[in-house]
Design a protein around this ligand. Structure first.
Ligand code: AMP
Length: 542
């Protein structure tokens, strides 16, 4: 028998309307690219998102159209986040750290027809525009700051001017696509995760449920995690849901800038990757203290080293170590301690915080061993982590091949992470099966680097492995078996990469081997290479 309750679509526009009405005192503070500090309320954010939605419709943007952004965290980017899905279109956030080639690939693949950019990226787009699909550009600024440009770009503030500030948002099914975010493929081209209104709303509800108590009443949150990384971990939808204020850092993410912003804006909770926290922690040590109101950080994207967790905790900052992926919206597990664990001695608490935390409601987890069998959740048995839930991708945008490989026969998504799970669902990541290196929160595909390196005539075989790095978490080391007696230098080999990769994706160092260790199935054994070079010291650490 069906129940007798209403079935209203979970649409993202609902959460913006809610915040505009219910939380008049909360604000969006933005350190803008133009250099000023800007403030507006959720009500003003809604008014401007409504204005933008009318402008988009006047420009012919409709249901299912992809609208791209290339921008830092700021109120205008947030307005796009709500206006575009508000009218049933799809917000495609582009990571500016991609190489020009990757950027060209994803804009074509997404079929972007309109791109909003911060002033910062105008020169980059001018260089790149012939490689992009035909599209219109809008620069996120006002007339006074509009640069001369060859993009024939429109001015964002002019686009909004004089338009109506209220509307009833259109209604459509909650399964309508709302956002698109590309992630690095283990092999080949980036793959697009296509979020729905329903998945984003359920993700925010789950985030609010598991983190709400730690965040406190209407917290002031600093999303250092960019809006181009998995919806800034859902904060554009979770913050309006809980009436949080958002303090947007713009382009300046160094320790000193973040310390100052946290202090002047009374930030209580800040979210980002370990590299960012390394910078902020050093700044705290240099200044002899933390920003006064800061009491909570959420860290994910890479493993947070225990020393850093302890460093923050000793300063009175509660560290929540979370795990997730672009394909999981992203929150899959998080490390808020249960009541019974909070009283444990520091040492035991730190050991718990070093794990990736307990699963979030709505995300089921299983681990599959080398034998293809489910492993027990005893905290010891290891295997590939598979996840399932309403906030997990069922495939990739316009990519039948990758979609077919993404989920197993039982409908679980394979993460490529090797993990163990404790009886209380605590996840511990042990290794990574996917061939990717994570540097400062951004991916480097080892396979892409290897394919380019091996095109050098003096390289017979090569492999790229991740080396731990105190600042970047991981950096690539290139292992080469030479074709003859000549030993090509790193610079020599990198010339093959110039056109295809961003400079930060180049290997940091090269080492040479006489023979590559091989696995039983005839692949280069990266496990053995990692073991062999575990004591290698990268040049910038010598
Ligand atoms: P992305 O799709 O770029 O968000 O990357 C997701 C991947 O980052 C995961 O599959 C893990 O390999 C890695 N990752 C995310 N969070 C953590 C964490 N807390 N500890 C270790 N690795 C992590």
């Amino acid at each position: 028998m069906d129940g007798l309750m209403m079935n209203r679509p979970l649409l993202q526009s609902g959460v913006l309307d809610f915040a505009a009405e219910s939380f008049p005192a909360a604000e969006i503070v933005s350190r803008r690219v133009e250099g000023d500090l800007h403030r507006q309320s959720w009500a003003q954010t809604r008014e401007r998102a409504v204005q933008l939605s009318f402008a988009l419709q006047d420009m012919g943007v409709g249901m299912g159209d992809r609208v791209a952004t290339l921008a830092w965290n700021g109120h205008r980017h947030l307005e796009i986040y709500h206006a575009v899905p508000g009218i049933g279109a799809i917000c495609h956030t582009i990571n500016p750290r991609l190489s020009p080639e990757q950027m060209a690939f994803i804009t074509h693949h997404a079929g972007d027809g309109l791109l909003f950019t911060d002033l910062t990226f105008v020169p980059l787009l001018e260089k790149l525009k012939d490689q992009l699909p035909p599209m219109r550009f809008v620069i996120l600024t006002d007339r006074a700051h509009m640069p001369e440009n060859t993009l024939d770009a429109l001015c964002y503030e002019e686009l909004l001017q004089g338009r109506a500030t209220d509307r009833d948002w259109p209604e459509f099914p909650e399964t309508t696509a709302s956002g698109l975010c590309y992630t690095s493929g283990t092999t080949g081209d980036p793959k697009g995760t296509l979020y729905t209104h329903r998945s984003n709303m359920l993700h925010s509800l789950a985030t609010a449920a598991v983190l709400g108590a730690d965040l406190g009443v209407q917290p002031r949150i600093l999303p250092v995690v960019p809006l181009f990384h998995v919806n800034a971990w859902g904060l554009p939808f979770t913050c309006p849901l809980i009436g949080a204020s958002m303090v947007m850092p713009g382009p300046h993410l160094d320790g000193a800038s973040l310390w100052d912003l946290c202090q002047t804006e009374g930030v209580q909770s800040a979210w980002g990757v370990p590299t960012i926290w390394q910078g902020l922690h050093s700044e705290m040590l240099a200044r002899g203290g933390k920003p006064e109101a800061l009491r909570h950080i959420v860290v994910g994207g890479s493993a947070m080293p225990r020393s850093l967790i302890e460093g923050f905790e000793k300063l009175g900052i509660d560290v929540n170590h979370a795990w997730g992926m672009t394909e999981t919206s992203p929150l899959g597990s998080q490390g808020s301690l249960t009541a019974d664990k909070r009283a444990l001695p520091l040492d035991q608490r730190m050991a718990l915080k070093q794990t990736q935390g307990r699963r979030v409601f709505g995300v089921d987890m299983k681990i599959i061993g080398d034998d293809g069998q489910r492993q027990s959740h005893d905290g010891v048995a290891m295997g590939e982590l598979f996840v399932r839930g309403n906030t997990v991708a069922s495939g990739y945008y316009n990519n039948a091949d990758a979609s077919a490989k993404a989920v197993d026969k039982e409908g679980w998504f394979g993460t490529g992470d090797i993990a163990s799970i404790s009886p209380d669902s605590t996840l511990t990541l042990r290794d990574r099966a996917k061939d990717l290196i994570k540097s400062g929160g951004e991916w480097i595909s080892s396979i892409d680097v290897e394919n380019l390196a091996v095109s050098h005539p003096d390289v017979a075989q090569c492999a790229v492995i991740a080396m731990p790095h105190p600042k970047w978490d991981e950096r690539p080391l290139l292992v080469v078996k030479c074709a003859g007696t000549a030993r090509p230098t790193l610079e020599d080999i990198c010339t093959t990469m110039d056109q295809h990769l961003a400079k930060w994706q180049f290997p940091d160092d090269v080492v040479y081997v006489d023979e590559m260790p091989m696995t039983a199935t005839g692949k280069i054994s990266k496990l053995r290479l990692r073991e062999q070079f575990k004591d290698h010291v990268l040049p910038d650490l010598r």
